[in-house]
Structures are given as structure tokens and as C-alpha cells.
Design a protein around this ligand. Structure first.
Ligand SMILES: [Zn+2]
Length: 152
């Protein structure tokens, strides 16, 4: 999935959670950070193009261990040990990333170390992804405007 699709989707998840939960605003930062973090295992992702991620990329494969529930839970607990809300936001962003990647044809080894893949029918960067992107972009704008109307 494209970076922008991950952004609009994780924003929508955050907006929905913020509607039901009384959570501090900084949680959004952790949501977005985790959402972007998952793809540092690939060289040509938004953040993965930094040289200091190379050793990690040699060790892990793209959509390997970082794209798994094991890494998601372990890293979220680690962040949560420092800040509970931060860990929660990190978990939400991570899961939102994994969920979208599970819809793609190339799939995700969600239950790593098991090799079994969860996959869908969406082609990364294809027409279905564009539709998902536009829908969630409009949804985000709607939720944002609605949020402002509620405050005012
Ligand atoms: Zn990914």
C-alpha cells in the first residue's frame, strides 16, 4: 500500500477512536509514527531510505518480522512502558498499517515466524487502492469538519 493510503486510513481510525475515547491529542503522533515505522524494512519507503536502517533491512525482509503481530505487540508494549497512551497510539497505528497490507495481493506474514500469509485482492498502487484512498480522504475531511462543528 502507498504511504498516503496508510496516512488517510490511520487518520480515520484515530478520528473514530477519539470519538469514543477520551484520549490526549498526542496519541495521534504515536499513531502516525507507528503507521510510518512499519515500512522501514523497505528501502524505498518514506522513512526506510535513511542509511541507518540498512542493517535492519539486511536482517529482516520486507513484510517480514516487522509486518507481524509479534512485532506489533512487542514494540507497543515497549512504547507503553514509557507512556501508556503512547503505547496505545503506537499499537493502533501499527495495526492499521498491518490491516491495510493484509488486503494486498502480496499479503503479510501476520503470524510470523509462521510463513502463512494473509492476503487480499488489492494491487498496491492500483485502481482499488486509489478508490480506498479517496474514500478515506473524504471520510477524514468529513470527520474533521464534524469534530470542529461539535466543538463549536
Ligand atoms: Zn507495509
Amino acid at each position: 500500500m502507498l504511504f498516503r493510503t496508510h496516512i488517510v486510513f490511520s487518520l480515520a481510525v484515530y478520528f473514530l477512536l477519539a470519538y469514543f475515547l477520551e484520549m490526549p491529542f498526542f496519541v495521534l503522533g504515536f499513531v502516525l509514527f507507528a503507521m510510518a515505522f512499519v515500512d522501514i524494512d523497505i528501502k524505498n519507503s518514506k522513512f526506510g531510505n535513511h542509511w541507518y536502517f540498512r542493517p535492519l533491512q539486511w536482517m529482516t525482509k520486507h513484510r517480514g518480522v516487522l509486518h507481524s503481530l509479534v512485532a506489533c505487540v512487542f514494540l507497543s508494549l515497549a512504547v507503553g512502558a514509557i507512556s501508556l497512551w503512547g503505547g496505545f497510539g503506537f499499537f493502533v497505528g501499527y495495526v492499521s498499517h498491518l490491516f491495510l497490507d493484509c488486503l494486498t495481493r502480496s499479503g503479510v506474514k501476520l503470524f510470523w515466524p509462521f510463513n502463512w500469509k494473509v492476503r487480499g485482492f488489492v494491487k498496491s498502487g492500483g485502481i482499488v487502492e486509489e478508490v480506498i484512498f479517496v474514500l478515506f480522504l473524504l471520510g477524514d475531511i468529513g470527520l474533521f469538519v464534524w469534530g470542529i462543528i461539535e466543538i463549536v
